[in-house]
Design a protein around this ligand. Structure first.
Ligand code: SF4
Ligand code: SF4
Length: 687
């Protein structure tokens, strides 16, 4: 008999079933509505475009558990456990709808139970139950005994593990005692039948067996309802929010920064109070706030962050966690309508009390946190939005950042010192180049050199190599020479959005005037900005390629021949803005593989999980904070660990940071840093 059809203390089981359900569903809905209203405190943002593609993303990422399996490494297999848990528990969720909701709650018991459908489904559940139990034991051992750095000793995690484990134990109890009590002899479902056969042999009376099975059923039901009420109030809220977060993740570019209209500044200035970027929790968008709900506190971002790894206080996990706590603290006041009072004298200031200014400036915007995050949380733009507030509204920034921004305004590039005073077009002398504005013919392709490649001696060497390689391969291109300004990336990453917007609009106008169709960049930061950020400002009429993509193509088409043997052991340092932001990591390897006799050793952190050189996010100019070590020293240890004689890269910032690391580590005699263009030039038959 169905446990719900029985009467308990004179009360029909159906009544108890539905009363409990309504209480739990009400508490669940109340909390979800509250969280939804909190999320709506955020600013508007359109993430409802391309819904078909978004839904496909969710299905392809969540169902096969790519979200966690993609970060499985030899040292961290936890993603496999999570996938087993997800698949197993999903089977149970379906069973709760079918066997508990439809069969018991709606009285469809005779159609859904006691037939082959039930036997097959229960057999699947038995296997799923074993997988879930194994995953829980594995998770408990990892969290409480092995204790990897990324996981906390959390009580909440323990509660969830016990609840999930107990659901599985109760499932087997209901099945085993129920089958034994029915007196049927069967081999299916596999685990339930083994338990039933054992219980039948113990001589326990059928009535007792059925009573225990029904008791276990009600307990099981109570645990499920308790789980439903607890989840949205716990850190496991991600179970509900992560699917939505993946649905609304950015599609075109990994870090989406919204333009700030100049008029906004003018309007605020006329009102006498400037508040741009994010200084309060409600300055973020609803998607930024949804991110906070989706965090699983897995700590993957924490252990991947170069700032954290090098001993700074910044932890992307803590940033997300602390913002969530702040939202939950401030939110009720804001919802109650005292937004004005709350923002004028909040219990805590978001920048300062919740997130330290030091942490906001420690981020190199490398994107490592976002790459490993299983639920696609966008850390970087939150940090940049807080920087925007510090720079644009509070005029608070490290001195080195101030100098960089001042140089951008006065000199058109971020560099200071003697080298920055050289003429930007000096490198073009005697190169026989088509300089736009001087050359009278038409040029469709522009080689955009970038500030560092044009001004800094070591990087100019790489620029000259690339220029010679392009010419040797017969590429027809022009350069802007003296007229090439900064692309605006350093200003944008440092929070000075207006300077970026001015640079973007002026440069796009230049490209229009010269009718540019294609741009070759040597700097991955310029590449990312021109390719992914300029379209938002009307710069969508030209193709942007990084030189590594172009050289790989020229080699494939036989336009560039690498014939000189280079008897050396190489390793390649992937620039974050090339490999991670834009997934250009195959092409550099393809080029290296084409160099005769060169041997190649990969670093463990490579391709899209590369480790930052320390120079991104304006950090070429912003002084690195004190930590236990420097970011480029951590990377240099990894380079040295490969035993390579040459570390190759394809970014002017990385080249500088690697050279500095080589110098400071005292390995100048055994290790050289080169740009990939220099290596290609060496490998070319130039006779
Ligand atoms: S972008 Fe890089 S430096 Fe910034 S928080 Fe993420 S991992 Fe850390
Ligand atoms: S932000 Fe992402 S990677 Fe970091 S702890 Fe949360 S879920 Fe894990």
């Amino acid at each position: 008999m169905s446990p719900v059809s029985a009467t308990y203390w004179g009360i029909p089981g159906y009544v108890i079933f539905w009363v409990l359900f309504v209480i739990a569903a009400g508490l669940f809905a109340k909390r979800i509505y509250f969280l939804f209203r909190l999320m709506r405190l955020g600013k508007q943002e359109n993430r409802f475009d391309h819904m078909g593609q978004r839904i496909k993303n969710v299905l392809f990422v969540i169902l096969p558990q790519w979200c966690t399996l993609r970060s499985v490494t030899k040292k961290d297999l936890a993603g496999i456990g999570h996938a087993l848990l997800f698949w197993g528990f999903s089977c149970f969720l379906v069973s709760y709808i079918v066997f508990i909701g439809l069969a018991e709650g709606f009285g469809l018991y005779p159609w859904l139970m006691g037939n082959n459908f039930e036997t097959v489904f229960s057999s699947i559940l038995d296997i799923a139950g074993l997988c879930v139990m194994a995953a829980m034991i594995w998770a408990a051992i990892r969290r409480y005994i092995v204790r990897p750095e990324r996981l906390e000793l959390s009580v909440e995690a323990g509660v969830i593990m016990v609840l999930v484990f107990s659901l599985m134990v109760l499932h087997f109890g209901i099945e085993g005692f129920g089958l034994a009590g029915s007196g049927e002899t069967t081999n299916w479902p596999p685990i339930g039948s083994v338990i039933a056969n054992y219980l039948s042999s113990t001589g326990i009376s059928k009535n007792t067996l059925i009573t225990v099975s029904q008791g276990a059923w009600w307990l099981h039901y109570l645990v499920i309802l308790g789980f439903t009420v607890y989840i949205p109030r716990s850190k496991h809220l991600h179970i509900l929010a992560s699917g939505a977060n993946i649905l609304f993740k950015p599609l075109a570019s990994k870090v989406v920064l919204e333009p700030i209209p100049l008029e906004a500044l003018e309007a605020m200035e006329s009102e006498g109070s400037v508040d741009l970027g994010a200084s309060k929790i409600q300055d973020f968008t609803w998607k930024d706030l949804l991110d906070l709900y989706a965090c699983t506190v897995c700590g993957r971002c924490h252990v991947s962050c170069p700032a954290h790894v090098s001993g700074k206080t910044l932890s992307p996990k803590e940033v997300i966690h602390d913002l969530k706590e702040h939202l939950l603290e401030e939110g009720p006041g804001l919802l109650a309508g005292n937004a004005q009072a709350t923002s004028e004298s909040p219990a805590k200031t978001m920048i300062g009390d919740v997130i330290a200014e030091e942490d906001i400036w420690a981020c190199t915007t490398c994107g490592a946190c976002q790459e490993v995050c299983p639920v696609d949380i966008e850390h970087v733009r939150k940090i940049i939005k807080m920087r925007q507030n510090l720079v644009l509204a509070q005029n608070k920034m490290p001195e080195s950042a101030q100098l960089m921004l001042r140089n951008m305004q006065t000199r058109g590039n971020p560099w200071a010192g003697a080298q920055s005073l050289r003429l930007r077009g000096d490198w073009t002398h005697d190169m026989g180049l088509k300089i736009l504005g001087q050359y009278e013919g038409r040029v469709d392709t522009l080689f955009w050199v970038g500030c560092t490649g044009a001004l800094i001696d070591r990087n100019v060497e790489a620029t000259l190599s690339l220029t010679r390689v392009l010419k040797a391969a017969g590429v027809d291109f022009g350069v802007l020479g003296e007229a090439e300004p900064c692309c605006g990336d350093p200003a944008r990453r440092a929070g000075y959005e207006f300077q970026f917007q001015i640079s973007a609009e002026e440069n796009i106008e230049t490209f229009k005037n010269y009718n540019i169709k294609k741009i070759i960049t040597s700097c991955p930061h310029c590449y990312n900005t021109l390719k992914n950020e300029y379209p938002r400002y009307g710069g969508d009429f030209f193709e942007v390629v990084h030189y590594t993509e172009l050289l790989a193509d020229l080699i494939t088409r036989g336009k560039l021949k690498l014939t000189n043997k280079l008897n050396t052991l190489l390793t390649y340092h992937d620039p974050c803005y090339l490999s991670r932001y834009n997934e250009v990591f195959r092409e550099p390897r393809q080029i290296i593989e084409g160099i005769p006799n060169a041997k190649f050793k990969e670093m463990e952190r490579s391709k899209n999980t590369t480790f930052c050189c320390g120079g991104g996010g304006g950090h070429m100019w912003i002084e690195e904070q004190h930590g236990t070590t420097k970011i480029n020293h951590v990377r240099m240890d990894e380079v040295i660990g490969t035993g390579a004689e040459t570390v190759v890269t394809s970014c002017p910032y990385c080249l500088q940071m690697l050279e500095e690391g080589i110098e400071q580590k005292g390995v100048k005699d055994s290790l050289k840093a080169k740009d990939l263009a220099e290596l290609v030039e060496e490998a070319m038959n130039q006779s």
